[in-house]
Design a protein around this ligand. Structure first.
Ligand SMILES: Nc1nc2c(ncn2[C@@H]2O[C@H](COP(=O)(O)OP(=O)(O)OP(=O)(O)O)[C@@H](O)[C@H]2O)c(=O)[nH]1
Length: 489
């Protein structure tokens, strides 16, 4: 409980009464609740822990939990406005006066209005909303997770009345070469007919730049990008959207062939299947270098590993070896916060600071632990010829068993899983065993140099990260040996 100077025993008792009410096994229905004065008025701040505890119980509706209240600090003339920048600690022994009351405003329209609006919308759409799904009317609620056990049969019936969604289509709208600390990549931007997000594919296949060298492995190219889009499309249009071959320059501008006219390069068993990672967007980890998660490091590490040169027996003389450039792709999905979005992820971090883990925090906000889908990722991979029917399959960089299952359901052929061990865990494990870090990609100075354009550039580490990684292993089934298990080995 907070120790405000004006927080009294009465307030604590009132809090306990509220906690009892909110977390009782049954929702309150007794006449007691309706009696006037049954619960005493209280003016002290509500303890966030109390709210969190109450919210983790079933019958407290998300409707209440996600109300956004904010004091009217913006308008100094508003009733109860208080400028917190001028706050001074109270002198000991000073007379306790009640703080000016803050005026709270809900950003949600009253429920009656929202219900009316939803009814109107339903009439316009011709769909029947059942009276049992009033939560569906709130516009600031997360959409119910497909995994959510709270989805009522009535809700799913009304969903089945909706027209079936059109077959998923993805189209690569543009492609360009981007030099990175790990070598050149081709950035592909995709549109699709399921969501309005611009998903990306970071294709590592530098052999494509050496146009004159004989191809030993099929190039990773987008079918939709190389297709002819219209009869009026000019060569310059095609080149501008990235449908070219080789290294584009003032002296070299060769439009690509449409997929059907391209000669197939046979795949050789000697060449490992392309290495692929499905990566989910993480603004905090990738842009401001948050060390609450390892997402930024994973993105860097994935590109680094995919770009590693491959040594294979020489096709002309098997007694010798040749080195070919690395091949693969990172499919970068705009599924921030495991699909819950940045706003909810930021709120989830606050719940994590209150002591909840990454899974519980999502659940407390009315989301699933993981709301991501992989249909679009699968379609992008098929467009790039990665893991599609009749191709060589892919090696997938992941610890997440759900991801493997979901992609296989999408018809993607995964021939091998390549684990992603966090750099800090590798380094600590190796230093525990007193091993030299020869050949292990955690040499800090080296990494800092190489990843200079990525925030931090080295490894992420810290208490928050360890807790997050342990939860992924213990609660989300990630296939990663815990640091403690490694040290016993
Ligand atoms: N909701 C939520 N999302 C998080 C949190 N930390 C990272 N993320 C998101 O998690 C996603 C990355 O997922 P990970 O669990 O690291 O990786 P994965 O894709 O499931 O599995 P791997 O392939 O093994 O890395 C990104 O969208 C991040 O924004 C968190 O604490 N809460």
């Amino acid at each position: 409980m907070p120790h405000h100077a004006d927080y009294s025993v009465e307030d604590s008792l009132a809090d306990l009464e509220i906690l009892d009410l909110l977390t009782a096994p049954e929702p309150p229905s007794s006449p007691e609740l309706h009696k006037k004065q049954a619960y005493k008025r209280r003016d002290a701040d509500l303890d966030p822990l109390l709210l969190a505890a109450a919210a983790s119980y079933g019958h407290v509706t998300r409707n209440h939990y996600t109300h956004d209240f904010f004091p009217a600090v913006g308008d100094p003339r508003a009733e109860g406005a208080y400028d917190w920048t001028k706050w001074q600690p109270e002198a000991p022994g000073a007379r306790k006066e009640r703080k000016p009351r803050l005026k709270y405003e809900s950003r949600q329209a009253p429920r009656s209005q929202r219900l009316k609006q939803a009814e109107l919308q339903d009439k316009e759409n011709g769909s029947a909303r059942t009276a049992t799904s009033p939560l569906g009317c709130a516009d600031n609620l997360p959409s119910p997770s497909p995994k959510s056990p709270t989805t009522s049969p009535a809700a799913s019936t009304s969903q089945s009345l909706l027209p079936p969604s059109p077959e998923l289509e993805v189209k690569c709208m543009a492609r360009t070469r981007v030099p990175t600390p790990h070598g050149p990549v081709f950035l592909h931007l995709y549109h699709n007919n399921r969501d309005n997000k611009e998903h990306l594919a970071i294709v590592v296949d530098p052999a494509q730049l050496q146009e004159d060298a004989p191809s030993v492995a099929p190039h990773i190219r987008s079918r939709t990008l190389d297709a002819v889009w219209s009869e009026t499309e000019t060569e310059m249009d095609r080149i501008t959207r990235g449908a070219y071959v080789g290294r584009l320059s003032k002296d070299s501008q060769k439009p690509s062939q449409p997929p059907r006219q391209r000669a197939d390069v046979p795949t050789s068993d000697a060449i490992p299947s392309p290495l692929v990672r499905i990566h989910s967007e993480c603004f905090t980890g990738e842009t401001i270098g948050s060390m609450r998660c390892d997402c930024g490091e994973q993105l860097d590490e994935a590109i680094r590993q995919i770009a590693q040169p491959i040594t294979i027996p020489s096709p002309s003389d098997p007694t010798h070896t040749v080195t070919i450039p690395g091949r693969g792709a990172v499919i970068y999905m705009r599924q921030e916060g495991r699909g819950i979005g940045l706003l909810s992820k930021i709120r989830a971090y606050n719940l994590q600071d209150l002591g909840h883990d990454t899974v519980t925090a999502n659940l407390m906000l009315g989301h699933g632990a993981d709301e991501r889908g992989y249909a679009i990722a699968g379609a992008i991979m098929r467009d790039l010829g990665l893991g599609a029917d009749g191709t060589e399959g892919v090696r997938l960089l992941t610890n997440n068993p759900d991801k493997i299952q979901a992609l296989e359901k999408e018809g993607i052929r995964i021939v091998e899983r390549v684990p992603m061990v966090p750099r800090s865990w590798q380094r600590r494990q190796h230093s525990k065993l007193g091993e030299e870090l020869v050949g292990v990609h955690v040499h800090e100075e080296d990494e800092r140099g190489r990843g200079a354009t990525m925030i931090g550039g080295g490894e992420v580490y810290g208490e928050d990260l360890d807790k997050y990684l342990r939860t992924k292993v213990l609660r989300m089934g990630h296939m990663l040996p815990l640091l403690s298990d490694l040290s016993d080995a």
